[in-house]
Every structure is written in C-alpha cells, then in structure tokens.
Design a protein around this ligand. Structure first.
Ligand SMILES: [Fe+2]
Ligand SMILES: [Fe+2]
Length: 475
C-alpha cells in the first residue's frame, strides 16, 4: 500500500492503472498542467536542477527521497494515506455510520465546492510566488521556494484526482478551470481574495508561508476528518508536505529577526533610519508585516456566523481541528460559542449556536497555533537582550469578512473613529514606504553559502547537507 509506483506516467498509490478511463482522463490533463507550469510557474527556472524531495512512500518514516531534478520533470503524483479498516463517521448527524467511499448524491455539490476551493489555492500560491526566484537571498532559500512550489503543484494534483474520479464530467470541467483562473487576473481571478494578492518580496513570502500555509494546515486538518474517506486520506498526506512550508516561513522570519538584532547590537541602536541605512529590516516593520498577514489570513476562515459551516459539519463533510481528540458529543446541537461584533462603538461578545460558529472555532484554533511562532520569534529578540516584543494583532483588527468587516479596530482591540484610524494606520500596517524599503533590499544572492545582508544563515542545511551545498545548479 505504502510504496508508490513510479513506472507509470502519473506516479500513484491509488491503483490508477486499474481504471483506464480515469487514467486516460488524467493523462490528458497532465500536459495542460505542464503548460500551466511553464507559463505560470517559477520564472526563469526551466534549466535549473534543484535539490528537491519527492514523495516515494506514504510511510511517515522515510516517505521522501532527495535529488537534483529539473522542476518540470518533477514526478507530480497522486498519493493517499492508507485507509483505516471499517472507518466510521465520527461527528455530525451521521455519526457512527460507515465512512463514505463514494460521494453521496445529496452532498455532491458541497463536496465539489470544498474540493475546488482547496484546489484553487494550490496553483494560486505558485502564481503569487513566481517572481521571487529572481531576488532570492540565498541558494538555500531559492531551493526552499522551489520545493514549496512543486509541492503546491502536487496538492493541485491531489484535488484534481478527486474531481476526476468522483465527480464525472463536471469534475473534469472544474479540473480544467483550476488551470484557467489565475492569481490577480481581473477577468478570471482565484476564488479566495488572499490568493489574488501579490507576494512581492521575501519578507512577504516568509510571512505568507508562516501564516497562510498554516491556514492551509487547518483547512486540511478539518478535511482530514471528513466522512468522505478519499478526501480524508488525501488531505492527511498533504499535511505531511505542508509542515515544511510552515518551517520555511517560521525560520525565514526568525533569520530575518536574527540579522536585525545582531546589527542593532553592533550599532547599539534601535533607530529605524540607522538600521535601514545598515540594510536590515527594523522590528516595527516586521510587526506591521505580521499585522497584515495575520489579519488577511484569518479572513480566510470565512464569516463568523455561517449556515454553510453548520451544514458542512452536520453532514460530515468537514470536521473541527483535531475532531477525534475532543470530548464533547461531536454533534454540537444546543452548544453555543462566543463571537465578536461591534455595537455602539464597542467590541462585544455575542453567544451564538456553535454549529453556526464553526468557522470561528477553526479560526480561534488557528490563532492559538500561529501565536506559537511569534513567541519563538520573541525569544530571538530577548536572547539578543533587546527590549521589544512582537505580538499578534487583535482578532478584530483589519478584518474584511463577517460581522467585523470594515470595523475600525486597533491592533490592541480598541474601536476607533475613521479619523483616528487614518491618522495611525501607517503605524499598524506596512506603508508604501515600508514596502519600497523592503523591496530595495531584494537582490539576487545565490552563490552557495552566501546570504543577503538582511537575513542570517540557517542553523542547518536541508536533508543534513551543509548550508553551502549546491542546492540549485543553474546550468
Ligand atoms: Fe498546499
Ligand atoms: Fe503549502
């Protein structure tokens, strides 16, 4: 079960060759995917050999193999975690019934929508990141960017397989459309707004992979609970790959901070002008980037009250984060949950039926998890003896979805007037000047073992290789 067949055109562990029609349909989609990669994938990377990991098994021990490959020759494939025998649905109205090996007619439209929305984010992030290779701060970082890009490509394959296998003609049409929408395209944009934003510089990239790939983790965790067993098994394997993406983000921000505090100590200053003259990213700017990426990402969880969220849960399509570890009845009828809204110029808590608040439940779990990294970043700062603390902004800050959409709330959770917001927003969110300054630091630095001035080297290389290993051969 766990070995993956690489002799086939499409590597897989789902016995693809036993279903000729499906295999042919996916083999017809494959050249369209490669065309998309050539057009929208990492710019100028065609001739490079990149030290990439490729999944060779779904065994948690030793699932990957490393070697130099050209990205367009990467073996994108279809992999699922092994199934559990007699798996039962463990939440919602169907609790205790057998998990579904096929799509029940009444849930078809919703399941398709969930899979398409997840699938759409995968190629979107590749598109958002396609120019970053031109300004990589090191060869090590360039390799990590490319690793993430090929794996997001594989995540697209994972969703396309489900669409082709379980959703017939409309599934095939949706799979085609996943290659036709493009991030930021005015006529045919990606489904979710955060995936139409630019990732203009490497600080944004690290923030994106820390915060937004973590949204991916939470969505995948919720889908890994699904009563639709093929979706649960697929997303479980995707989570194995996702961990590295968040590591790249966390360690990238951490190394940026390390370099900044080192220079602060060398120059004995916290003066932003002096630090910028020295070519590092000042901590207040890092805080503003955190505020931006955190707030944009928590919007991705959707409206705080949502009847769709209730339907998805009760019908067994999407569980909570770590559903299996919770000790309530897993049905949640009659339970309530607190959400925020603004009334008479004040932020208030409102008790609503928990089933309708499941987006908020997932968002709150996400927030707890994402604060962990911020604590670890603060340790870098305090170790350097510098009195500065990074914080996650208040959940209500800079929101664009749900009951808080458009409310003017400060990072510490005070409701303010439009005038006060306008007067201070430049202290809370990256300004044009901040972005221009960060952009000015972005220059290509890709000699093995060399690092751009604004970022510290990593503690270790990839797969126990040295930091100055030739992770990318430019040819
Ligand atoms: Fe992904
Ligand atoms: Fe990811």
């Amino acid at each position: 079960m766990s070995g993956i067949n690489y002799s086939e055109k499409i590597p897989n562990n789902v016995n693809l060759s036993e279903d000729r029609t499906l295999q042919r349909a996916l083999e017809q989609w494959q050249p369209n995917f490669i065309n998309w990669w050539d057009d929208m994938g990492p710019e100028g990377s065609t001739d490079m050999d990149v030290y990439l990991r490729t999944a060779v098994s779904v065994d948690p021990q030793g699932w990957a193999q490393f070697g130099h490959v050209k990205m367009r020759d990467y073996r994108w494939g279809v992999f699922m975690n092994p199934g559990e025998q007699d798996r039962k649905i463990h939440f919602g109205d169907h609790i205790g019934e057998k998990a579904w090996q096929d799509v029940p007619g009444e849930h078809r439209a919703n399941l398709r929508r969930i899979i398409v929305t997840q699938g759409d984010t995968e190629p979107a992030s590749v598109e958002q990141q396609r120019h970053l290779g031109l300004t990589a701060p090191s060869m090590y970082d360039l390799r990590n960017l490319f690793q993430i890009n090929v794996e997001e490509g594989r995540h697209l394959w994972a969703m396309v397989y489900l669409l082709h296998k379980y959703f017939g003609k409309d599934g095939r049409e949706e799979a085609d459309a996943l290659l036709q929408r493009n991030s930021g395209n005015e006529d045919n944009p990606r489904i979710l707004q955060a995936f139409n934003e630019k990732t203009p510089d490497w600080l944004s990239f690290f923030m994106f992979t820390y915060f937004t790939d973590r949204d991916g983790k939470f969505q995948l965790c919720a889908l890994a609970e699904s009563a639709f067993d093929p979706l649960a098994r697929t997303t479980k394997f995707m989570l194995t790959e996702e961990a590295h993406h968040m590591f790249v983000g966390e360690s990238g921000v951490s190394r940026t901070i390390q370099r900044t505090v080192d220079v602060m100590n060398q120059l004995k200053t916290d003066d932003v002008g002096k630090l910028r003259a020295a070519g590092v990213i000042d901590l207040p700017t890092i805080q503003r980037y955190i505020n931006f990426h955190f707030s944009v990402t928590i919007d991705l969880f959707g409206a705080d009250e949502s009847s769709n969220a209730a339907t998805f849960y009760s019908s067994g399509l999407k569980g909570r984060y770590e559903e299996g570890k919770r000790t309530d009845d897993h049905i949640l009828k009659g339970n309530s949950y607190k959400i925020l809204s603004v009334e008479n110029g004040k932020l208030i808590e409102k008790e609503v039926p928990m089933l309708n608040a499941l987006n908020e439940v997932l968002r709150d779990d996400y927030i707890t998890d994402s604060k962990g990294g911020i604590d670890r970043w603060n340790r870098v700062i305090s170790k350097a003896g510098i009195p500065f603390t990074l914080t996650a902004p208040h959940k209500a800050f800079h929101r664009n979805i749900g009951s808080l959409a458009g409310a003017k709330i400060t990072p510490d959770g005070r409701v303010v007037s439009d005038a006060e917001w306008m007067a201070h927003v430049g202290e809370w969110l990256p300004t044009n000047e901040d972005r221009a300054y960060v952009a000015s630091l972005m220059g290509r630095c890709v000699e093995p073992g060399k690092f751009a001035n604004w970022i510290a080297p990593p503690v270790m290389g990839i797969n126990r290789q040295p930091v100055d290993f030739d992770y990318v051969r430019f040819n």
